[in-house]
Design a protein around this ligand. Structure first.
Ligand code: PAF
Length: 278
């Protein structure tokens, strides 16, 4: 496994593989890897001949009051895990390498990035699409894998790839959960013991929503009210709970197969997201 910090160096190495028409797979991450990341890496490993993983805590996707500086980092542990997964190349650039002095260009996917997480994090997705497009331009992968926990992010990236005619196949991998149902996230480490216990209500309430729909309840308002009630009983502070079309992220009037129920909730200072598809 080779680790590159410089854009020019990783490009040079990848050019050699491209000349030999190798299928290049890519998984972008912000590091502090957990089983969720590893499942995306395993999926990418199966589909590609050369597998590239990036580790970059991207400052432009954090708001001014968000956790950029305290976001967890552990490079040595990450590298060990990536080696075990058979990753070929790791890209680990500095902030200066990605955003040198004078940097001015941002890419925005309209509307899709202004709903759901985009309401409380208005600059977040612009940072995500900008860094992902830069990484795509540097690595030029044939395919890239994103997690379905960040469902809105995956929808936005797919839109960007289509709109900007990028020749990259976007695959998504399932949400990986702790034994008690909490979706794996690097941010779970911020939760104290009580918050961690309370946070299990997120998946429980999503499962309740799905069961309620299956029993014949087609009303999104009732379902959303039910989820909110359960979360509040567990001291969660709700950012949003929505029932939307999984392709355009617009609210639905009736629940149907394929509807996305998604939520963002604070436990203490930690904001968690989760979702389920009916
Ligand atoms: O999902 C993430 O970890 C990040 O948003 C990504 C895609 C690596 C971009 O920084």
């Amino acid at each position: 496994m080779r680790v590159f910090k410089r854009i020019s160096q990783i490009r040079k190495t990848l050019q050699r593989y491209k000349k030999r028409s190798r299928i290049i797979g890519f998984v972008p991450t912000m590091g502090y890897l957990h089983k969720g990341h590893l499942s995306l890496i395993k999926l990418a490993r199966k589909k590609s001949q050369v597998l590239v993983v990036s580790i970059f805590v991207n400052p432009t996707q954090f708001g001014p009051k968000e956790d950029y500086h305290r976001y967890p980092r552990d490079l040595n542990r990450d590298l060990k895990l990536l080696k075990e997964e058979g990753v070929d190349i790791v890209f680990y650039p500095s902030v200066k390498e990605m955003y040198p002095e004078g940097y001015k260009t941002y890419v925005e996917v309209r509307e899709l990035s202004q709903v759901m997480c985009g309401i409380s994090r208005p600059t977040h997705f612009c940072g995500v699409t900008t860094v992902v497009l830069k990484l795509f331009n540097i690595i030029e992968p044939d395919l890239a894998v994103f997690g379905r926990k960040d469902f809105q992010q995956a929808v936005i990236i797919k839109r960007m790839v289509k709109d900007l005619n990028l020749p990259i196949r976007i695959l998504t991998g399932p949400i990986i959960r702790e034994p008690d149902g909490l979706a794996m996230s690097s941010r779970n480490i911020y939760l104290n013991k009580i918050e961690r216990q309370r946070a299990t209500i997120l998946f429980k309430s999503l499962k309740w929503a799905k069961e309620s729909y299956k029993r014949g309840n087609p009303d999104p308002k009732k379902i959303i009210r039910g989820i909110k009630q359960k979360i509040k009983q567990h001291r969660g502070r709700i950012d949003y709970v929505v029932a939307v079309d999984k392709n355009n992220l617009q609210p639905v009037n009736f629940l149907r197969k394929g509807t996305l129920i998604a939520l963002a909730v604070y436990f203490g200072k930690t904001r968690l997201i989760d979702n389920i598809i009916l």
